[in-house]
Design a protein around this ligand. Structure first.
Ligand SMILES: Nc1ncnc2c1ncn2[C@@H]1O[C@H](COP(=O)(O)OP(=O)(O)OP(=O)(O)O)[C@@H](O)[C@H]1O
Ligand SMILES: [Mg+2]
Length: 262
């Protein structure tokens, strides 16, 4: 299997009991690269990233992470992947200070009885600075932070472990546009250091200039490829079931997706 590919998904099918959540999804992304997964609510975006982590059991198809079959190398691939789950689905009653949430991720790796070193503390500081969490929030309890600040802490917790692949499920929900742009340029700098990134996002516009590939999903794969070829009015309208406008500006393109009213 090709280790130059961060992720390779072949003919993926996922069922929850009798409900077919993903059908015949196939794509691969080279390493290092930045990929965005887009699609309406219930499209199967979270199901797809959970499949890559082998957190859901898919009944048909194969997934390889850096050439490793996720079914056979679950532990190995989870050590290579930093994962920021979708926040609404994460318990938020964490009775820890923001900086300790990040530190704890490191300590879990080094062992339960280990004492944090100066280097650990520096890495935690570095991660919190990179995600632009204001210093005044570092010592606040996690559940007392704003939504966007919580999101930043969860991103810091994933990057502090220095993964080879970072998967972020809607990392920017509640994060203001300026912070989104700055965090995204930081993620771009991670790519330059050899880290691949997969982001589930509803709004690609603030980050599109950093994106190498887009996967447009609605249970089936609507399109996959470079942003300019995927983000067309036809593809987006098929995915979202409504009329979508696309504005092309130089190399970048911007999608104006209205709210969907059933
Ligand atoms: N554990 C589960 N058991 C049963 N059905 C599930 C489960 N998880 C997800 N589903 C269903 O699978 C479909 C896809 O869900 P998923 O969470 O992957 O969508 P999504 O694209 O991430 O949506 P959102 O944008 O709302 O986060 C939905 O119809 C959902 O109800
Ligand atoms: Mg989701």
């Amino acid at each position: 299997m090709n280790e130059k590919l961060a992720v390779m998904v072949n003919n993926l099918h996922v069922k929850y009991n009798d409900y077919l959540a993903l059908e015949n999804v196939s794509f691969s992304v080279p390493h290092p690269s930045i990929t965005v997964i887009m699609g309406p609510n219930g499209a199967g975006k979270t199901t797809l990233v959970k499949s890559i982590l082998h957190l859901v059991d898919f009944y048909k198809g194969d997934i390889f992470v850096f050439g490793l079959n996720v079914r056979e190398h679950e532990k190995k691939i989870r050590n290579l992947i930093g994962y920021v789950p979708q926040r609404e689905k994460v318990t938020e009653h964490i009775p820890l200070r923001a900086r300790d949430v990040v530190l704890l991720a490191k300590m879990v790796k080094t062992g339960p009885l280990s004492i944090p070193t100066k280097r650990d503390m520096l890495e935690v500081k570095d991660a919190l600075e990179k995600v632009l969490l204001p210093k005044s929030a570092w010592n606040k309890r996690f559940n007392e932070l704003s939504g966007g600040q919580k999101q930043k802490v969860l991103i810091a917790r994933a990057i502090v472990l220095k993964p080879k692949l970072l998967i972020l499920d809607e990392p920017f929900s509640g994060v203001d546009t300026v912070s989104q742009r700055e965090i995204m340029s930081f993620l771009s700098s991670l790519k330059k250091k050899g880290i691949s990134i997969i982001i589930v996002a509803h709004d690609i516009n603030p980050i599109v200039e950093h994106v190498d590939y887009v996967l447009l999903l609605n249970k089936k794969m609507i399109a996959f490829g470079k942003p300019r070829s995927v983000l067309t009015e036809e593809n987006l309208s098929r995915a979202y079931g409504i009329k979508v406008h696309v504005i092309v500006r130089g190399e970048a393109c911007y999608a104006i997706i209205g709210d969907r009213h059933a």
